[in-house]
Design a protein around this ligand. Structure first.
Ligand SMILES: Cc1cc2nc3c(=O)[nH]c(=O)nc-3n(C[C@H](O)[C@H](O)[C@H](O)COP(=O)(O)OP(=O)(O)OC[C@H]3O[C@@H](n4cnc5c(N)ncnc54)[C@H](O)[C@@H]3O)c2cc1C
Length: 243
């Protein structure tokens, strides 16, 4: 049976949520389709976890007590992942339903003018709408790099959701995500006797590509050309290829 709506919004990140909410607030009937987590990148793999970890790292950098375990637990609280592996998006779904938005979990595919088919765990659903909003966001670009697949890598998803710190890490790309995560790790990974961050040099750590915590080093105008896995690092903290 085909379900009729004024709007079908594909993708429930901040963009899709905003479109759905505005349309609904003006009295339109709205279906919001999401294939993964309602709430999207910002709520679960971007803004929320990264800012939470950054805050903890900053406290440490200024000499405060904010151990990684506490930072990780606080991050899990912020992304509704306490005591579970994957975040829980039921709060978002409750809010949509309260607003009169119909959440549809599954992968949407355009099936003609005004028609969307959603592949779900059960029967596919057919939706029809006067207007379709495509708000599917973006995914991290994985560079073509010899040896990268074999060595394993993280994207922002694994980078913001890790519970166990690696002993060391190389970050390719010093855009906002790379710079933020470099700060988090550099200020959280404890090497040898370095426990307190009260040293003067720590206070110089700053953003904008000038991440200079004592345990961090940066290479500007450099291009990574290959990678391999040769370190005798603790295998538990070895990154796996991102799915
Ligand atoms: C580490 C990091 C930190 C960040 N910090 C900030 C910050 O502090 N402030 C800020 O403003 N921004 C920040 N951002 C950027 C912000 O997260 C993004 O700009 C924002 O999440 C994009 O939202 P979106 O709705 O466009 O996409 P997304 O949030 O990615 O949502 C798109 C959704 O569409 C779904 N989807 C895709 N295809 C389909 C399909 N066929 N069917 C159904 N669903 C589909 C996806 O599963 C996804 O959930 C950060 C990003 C990162 C990675």
């Amino acid at each position: 049976m085909t379900e009729q709506f004024d709007f079908v919004v594909i993708g429930a990140g901040v963009s899709g949520e905003a479109a759905a909410s505005y349309a609904r607030a003006r009295g339109a009937t709205v279906a919001l389709v999401e294939r993964d987590l309602f709430g999207g990148t910002c709520a679960f793999w971007g803004c929320m976890p990264s800012k939470t970890l950054l805050h903890a790292a900053e406290v440490r950098a200024h000499g405060g007590e904010y151990p990684w375990e506490r930072a990780s637990a606080r991050r899990d609280y912020m992304i509704v992942r306490e005591g579970r592996d994957y975040p829980d998006d039921s709060g978002h779904i409750r809010d949509y339903k309260a607003a009169g938005i119909v959440p549809v979990r599954g992968t949407a595919k355009l099936a003609g003018s005004g028609r969307v088919v959603v592949r779900t765990d059960g029967e596919p659903r057919e939706l029809e709408a006067n207007d379709i909003v495509i708000a599917v966001g973006s995914i991290g670009k994985v560079p073509k790099l010899d040896g990268l697949a074999e060595a394993g890598f993280w994207t922002n998803k694994e980078g913001t959701s890790l519970r166990e710190l690696p002993r060391s890490i190389a970050i390719l790309g010093a855009g906002p995500s790379g710079t933020e995560l470099a700060q988090v790790y550099a200020r959280s990974i404890t090497r040898g006797a370095r426990r307190s961050s009260r040293k003067r040099s720590d206070r110089r750590a700053s953003t904008c590509g000038r991440t200079r915590a004592p345990s961090a080093s940066s290479r500007a105008r450099a291009r990574a050309v290959s990678t391999s896995w040769s370190s005798p690092m603790d295998r538990r903290s070895r990154p796996r290829s991102s799915s």
